[in-house]
Design a protein around this ligand. Structure first.
Ligand code: XIL
Length: 384
């Protein structure tokens, strides 16, 4: 599955979405200058670089980091529990007011044997979120990876559905009031569009598995906000339309869905300007929220990376998105399909990269513009 994904993402690159590998040489001068500025800011200590979270909170925004792993064992060579590391904890709590798990909530990890749950990872995240006044989002009740054999062996829809009810209910009841929102279904659509993925859920329950999943989740925790999460729609107009058709169909059928979570893993280049705004407007018109759930930028060049991050965040905020999460914040624990790319806001040693300052600037500009328009609004009322 992971290999398929890597191939798929690399194919995205070769699809013509971006054909030119960026010239590191041309970028070198600008990079050095940007890094020197960052270093000066960073040398002043943690407070001197500012805080994404402080800025976001001035405007009631959520700025989060997903891909936070807090498990007891690991199967991918990376440490099992990032929260065991003091510096990781410090930066996470200083910079973000929301977090979500990497794989800890995915089926195989949280219910490795039928009826046997391992809540340790998510419990650690709950505790961390509480200590640091952060929101916790559940990611991947249904995901495109990580379904255990005992589940996929079930071919009877009644049994399969019963397993889903048991799984969702155990998790969502345990974390009621602690995890306030969930990506219920991730990557329902084929990576490059072309209909629903024929995943383990589709194969047994048919296309209605999506509506069923939302209904089961809503019954388990009626207060949790429920999202559908998908990727690459910012680049692929056909897939964008498919997601819209799917979601508007769910809304028309009265399925309890609250929003659309755009993954936004960007490889070498950002989305065409205006696309985020167009998507946000179309889902707002259906009464739904839109969030950015997994932003990261897979490049070799810190300068273009910073521009992509900054542009995405600026457009998203202007369009009315109030929740933006990155997929991991430090290159120390990176996840990439582009060999050698460093997709995160902080480097391996937790130094802020140009991308960090681009996101901070986008947040600051948004907050300032908002304050200025509020002031202008007040002045015009006084003059009436
Ligand atoms: C990824 C994890 O980061 C990997 O460790 C795992 O091997 C595969 O899944 N979009 C998603 C996430 O919604 O769940 C994926 O997470 C990354 C892409």
């Amino acid at each position: 599955m992971k290999t398929q994904r890597i191939v798929a993402m690399l194919a995205t690159v070769s699809l013509g979405l971006t054909l030119s590998v960026l010239s590191t040489q041309t970028a070198n001068a600008a990079t050095t200058k940007a890094i020197a500025t960052d270093q000066r800011r960073a040398n002043g200590g943690g407070d001197a670089i500012g805080s994404l979270r402080d800025e976001a909170e001035k405007a009631g925004l959520l700025i989060g980091s997903g891909s936070i792993k807090a498990m007891t064992t690991t199967s991918d060579g990376r440490p099992p529990n990032y929260l065991a590391e003091q510096e990781f904890r410090k930066v996470l709590a200083q910079q973000f007011n929301s977090l979500s798990p990497e794989n800890d909530l995915k089926w195989q990890f949280i219910e490795p044997e039928e009826g046997v749950f391992d809540f340790k990872g998510i419990d650690r995240l709950v505790e961390f979120a509480k200590e640091n006044h952060m929101q916790l989002k559940g990611h991947g009740l249904i995901s495109s990876c990580c379904n255990p054999d005992y589940l996929t062996a079930k071919s009877d829809p009644v049994e399969f559905r019963a397993a889903m009810v048991e799984h969702f209910t155990k998790i969502m009841k345990r974390y009621k009031g602690k995890m306030d929102r969930y990506d219920v279904v991730t990557e329902a659509l084929e990576t490059f569009g072309g209909g629903l993925q024929h995943n383990d859920f589709y194969n047994v329950l048919g296309p209605d598995y999506i509506a069923e999943a939302f209904r089961i989740a809503h019954t388990a925790d009626p207060k949790a906000k429920l999202f559908i999460n998908d990727n690459l729609v910012e680049f692929l107009p056909g897939k964008r339309q498919e997601l819209y058709d799917l979601v508007s169909g769910l809304v028309a059928d009265g399925v309890p869905i609250d929003g659309v979570a755009l993954q936004m893993h960007e490889t070498l280049q950002g989305p065409p300007p205006g696309v985020i705004t167009e998507m946000v407007n179309s889902y707002h018109a259906l009464g739904l929220e839109v969030s950015i759930a997994e932003l990261d930028v897979h490049t070799y060049d810190p300068v273009s990376q910073a521009k992509i991050y900054g542009d995405v965040v600026a457009e998203a905020l202007a369009a009315g998105i109030t929740e933006i999460s990155v997929w991991g914040f430090t290159d120390k624990h990176l996840y990439t399909w582009l060999p050698g790319a460093k997709p995160c806001l902080f480097d391996e040693n937790y130094n802020p990269k140009p991308a960090y300052f681009a996101v901070l600037d986008a947040l600051r500009n948004y907050v300032q513009n908002r304050q200025q328009s509020a002031q202008a609004g007040r002045r015009s009322l006084q003059h009436r």
